[in-house]
Design a protein around this ligand. Structure first.
Ligand code: GLV
Ligand code: MN
Length: 220
């Protein structure tokens, strides 16, 4: 009897260990189970993504929204046009998306991260200082010119700064149909409802006036 109990607990441990090794760890969107599934954005999201549209036509597989030029006259001097599942439902279930990013001279794409994707990008025109930070605060950065490529590992904080005299343009791509973007300045100082001043003054080791001033720039 005792032997039986020992061998069944041994079997359980062996089985659990085996599961840890054979269950695949998913580091990006899961693979599609059919050729395509054009997202029906009007259907209520009842699955991890969007249900498939029933009537499909050629136009579902093409998107013209990345051509630019974009208006970059805003406080950061950057505008991003996304081709993700929300603008281009043909990407639904395919695990990829792209952005057209344009930066005015001196413009900054503020520090941000993508919770669901690694980013790869190439400079189309201009000179861009590209940087990302590791989880132990090491900065990796380089000035890139047309044709050069960068990669930002999933979830790491990164930014781009146009260091040239003319508009810069880059195309970025993601291994997610909807990578998401947590933009640190607006997330921290423009949230709704607001993060209490007590939290932000302590976190940034500063005073209420400074925090209020930052909040006023990102409100709404
Ligand atoms: C650039 O960092 C982008 O997210 O497109
Ligand atoms: Mn990015």
């Amino acid at each position: 009897m005792a032997t039986l109990q020992i061998s069944s607990s041994l079997f359980r441990s062996f089985f659990l260990t085996l599961c840890l090794f054979v269950i695949p760890s998913l580091s990006s969107d899961s693979d599609p189970l059919q050729d395509f599934c054009i997202g029906d954005l009007k259907a209520s999201p009842s699955i991890n993504g969007f249900p498939c549209k029933s009537a499909v036509s050629a136009s579902d597989f093409f998107y013209s929204g990345l051509g630019g030029p974009l208006d970059t006259s805003n406080p950061n001097g950057v505008t991003v046009a996304p081709a993700n599942v929300l603008t281009f439902p043909g990407l639904n279930t395919l695990g990829i998306s792209m952005n057209n990013v344009e930066l005015a001279p001196g413009g900054v794409n503020p520090p941000h991260l993508h919770p669901r994707a690694t980013e790869v990008g190439t400079i189309i025109e201009g000179s861009v200082f590209v940087g990302f930070l590791t989880t132990n605060n090491t900065l990796f950065s380089k000035v890139l010119n047309a044709g050069e490529v960068f990669v930002i590992p999933r979830g790491l904080v990164h930014f781009q700064w146009n260091v040239g005299q003319v508009k810069a343009r880059m195309i970025t791509a993601f291994n997610s149909q909807l990578p998401g973007a947590v933009v640190l300045p607006s997330t921290l100082f423009g949230s709704n409802p607001e993060i209490p001043n007590a939290v932000l003054t302590r976190a940034f080791r500063t005073d209420v006036t400074t925090v209020q001033n930052l909040k006023s720039k990102f409100a709404g």
